[in-house]
Design a protein around this ligand. Structure first.
Ligand code: HEM
Length: 546
């Protein structure tokens, strides 16, 4: 074969002319010097090139395109803090070629989260990440007014009547879980008072998906969780990472699995809807029942596909946020035995039966428990799962002087094309705002005159606005915004409280916990979560109060 080839094309023709004369050492040196030259040029350009003074300062970075990706990716809130010291409340950093302009503090959140539709777009910022996972036609793959209507439909499913039913369902699900899951084997031995360990984040994620499917997602999803659905969820979840946001369509197996899982999950939901319809079973107490048959303002009925994709969106939106919140709450309780006992005492005070057992609580009663309330609020203050909220800037935004002092060329502009960033998570732990900012102190929420209570009042009962899904408190300038603010404010807020609270209460009634050190946050996935392995000690509750 080789012989034939050389006959057709003489060997000397395959070599490059003059290749023998090349000085390989020089060539290698030139190649090695290239990145150094690029880095030097990048540094010089930041110091020497004239800067448009109307633009916010750009964070110094060594490597072009990559920019501040490493510093930001490892610890976004620490990065914001260092940048604020150097550049003020408003600054731009480079993230893999994108220009991210951060507006810190309550006024920054107000500017971005309260921004006009003509200035900022959540759809443009998020759709490359969310649409391949949720499926088309919903959330960020439709005009904003359609999303607002879809939020209204979801709110219809998050009714007080449903919540009343969910309290018992969650308690039942968690009780069954600790009675059966191998992680709680010493609890299952009724005579044992030994201490054992479980992995808090892994276990709390399991409890979260079980309770969300038992309640919002419905009985068919709950039944399928032990089987096919769990694999689909896993593949879909692997397509919900920072790299998917940066590069939505790479020819990689994980992307192909994401796309296949999205289609399979969508079909799975649609088949359930069709089966329920055929069996005349459209009155379940879940989100599927609430969404089916809803009509948009233009008279169009929500399609089964849209229902399927909204259910996927709700599953994904609620899972990471709630599971890390449950895990942090459990770990703080384990690390603060006096708070854990105060929570247990609160249960005993309100729900004791004459025989010393505890009766189930109702949804209404749950809202009147200050220790539980303080624990959840404080955990969400310190451990917001969403550290960076993004919007694409669709027309230049003028930065108010109260947020960033103007340069000699006047007020700063965040130009069209930048990604605007707000970080309520940063404001919630800002040492310039909160006393003992880094300390987990649930009692700060019980003091009616403290900064926490005031922030909460502004967040929950401030000026009301209807963005299209019912009146919500605007709260865009509060220093406490765990569920965001403005038109994209979370609709799962009340459900999340119910879910986290019921899981916690069921655990604290049955178990005692211990943990020596609270783990650091892990920012490597899209949502901040506790850094593994999160090993918590537990035993069957032996300390009882009368
Ligand atoms: C939006 C936090 C639970 C559904 C948001 C946003 C935040 C947030 C900060 C605003 C994002 C933005 O402005 O870009 C949380 C936290 C939760 C939680 C901390 C739990 C502790 C849930 C649950 C659901 C849910 C359980 C569903 C039942 C949504 C949806 C949006 C959203 C659909 C998008 C709204 C929009 O863009 O208009 N959430 N969330 N969340 N959340 Fe939640």
């Amino acid at each position: 074969m080789a012989g034939n080839f050389t006959r057709i094309l003489p060997l000397e023709d395959l070599s490059f002319p003059g290749l023998a004369d090349v000085n390989y050492v020089k060539l290698l040196a030139t190649l090695a010097a290239f990145p150094v030259v690029v880095i030097i040029l990048n540094i010089l350009s930041q110091f020497l090139l004239p800067r448009d003074k109307s633009l916010p300062p750009v964070v110094f970075h060594w490597v072009p395109i990559v920019g501040s990706a490493i510093e930001y990716g490892m610890d976004p809130l620490g990065f914001y803090d260092r940048c604020r010291e150097k550049y003020g409340n408003v600054f731009t950093f480079v993230l893999f070629g994108r220009r991210m302009t951060v507006a810190l503090g309550p006024k920054g959140s107000n500017l971005i989260l309260g921004g006009k539709l003509s200035e900022v777009s959540a759809e443009e910022a998020y759709t490359p990440l969310t649409t391949p996972v949720f499926g088309p036609g919903v959330v960020y793959d439709c005009p904003n007014h359609i999303l607002m209507e879809q939020k209204k439909f979801v709110k219809f499913g998050l009714s007080t009547d449903n919540f009343r039913a969910y309290v018992g369902m969650i308690e039942d699900e968690i009780t069954t879980f600790i009675n059966n899951d191998p992680a709680f084997f010493v609890f299952q031995d009724k005579k044992s008072t030994e201490w054992e360990t479980f992995q808090a984040f892994k276990t709390c994620s399991e409890m979260t998906i079980l309770t969300a499917s038992r309640t919002l997602q419905g009985p068919e999803i709950r039944a399928a969780l032990n089987k096919s659905f769990a694999d689909l969820y896993h593949d879909l979840d692997n397509g919900f990472t920072p790299i998917n946001w940066l590069m939505p369509n790479l020819p990689l197996p994980s992307y192909r699995r994401r796309d296949a899982a999205q289609k399979a999950m969508s079909d799975f939901y649609v088949n359930i809807i069709q089966k329920r319809r055929a069996e005349n079973r459209m009155d379940e107490r879940d989100m599927m029942a609430a969404l089916c048959g809803q009509k948009y303002k233009d008279g169009r009925t929500v399609t089964d596909r849209e229902v399927a994709h909204m259910l996927t969106a709700l599953l994904m939106a609620g899972q990471h946020t709630s599971s890390s919140s449950v895990a942090w709450t459990v770990m703080h309780m384990a690390n603060s035995p006096t708070v854990a006992e105060a929570l247990y005492e609160e249960q005993v005070k309100h729900f004791s039966n004459p025989d010393g057992t505890l009766r189930p609580m109702t949804y209404e009663e749950m809202k009147e428990l200050p220790v539980l309330d303080g624990i959840i609020r404080e955990t969400l203050r310190l451990h917001s799962p969403i550290h960076t909220i993004m919007r694409t800037v669709v027309s230049d935004i003028v930065v108010p002087s109260a947020l960033a002092a103007p340069s000699e060329d006047g007020q700063y502009i965040i130009p069209k094309g930048h990604t605007a960033v707000a970080s309520p998570a940063f404001t919630q732990i800002d040492r310039k705002i909160w006393k003992n900012h880094a300390e987990w102190d649930p009692y700060r929420w019980i003091d009616p005159s403290g900064e926490a209570a005031q922030a909460l009042q502004e967040y929950l009962t401030g000026e009301k606005v209807d963005y299209g899904y019912g009146f919500v408190s605007k709260g865009t300038e509060s220093v406490y915004q765990p569920f965001g603010a403005g038109r994209h404010r979370c609709i799962g807020e009340h459900f999340a409280y119910l879910q986290v609270g019921c899981i916690l209460i069921t655990l604290i009634r049955n178990l005692e916990f211990q943990l020596d050190t609270i783990p650091a946050s892990d920012y490597s996935s899209l949502f901040a979560c506790p850094q593994g392995p999160c090993t918590v000690r537990y035993r069957r509750r032996v300390t009882k109060l009368q």
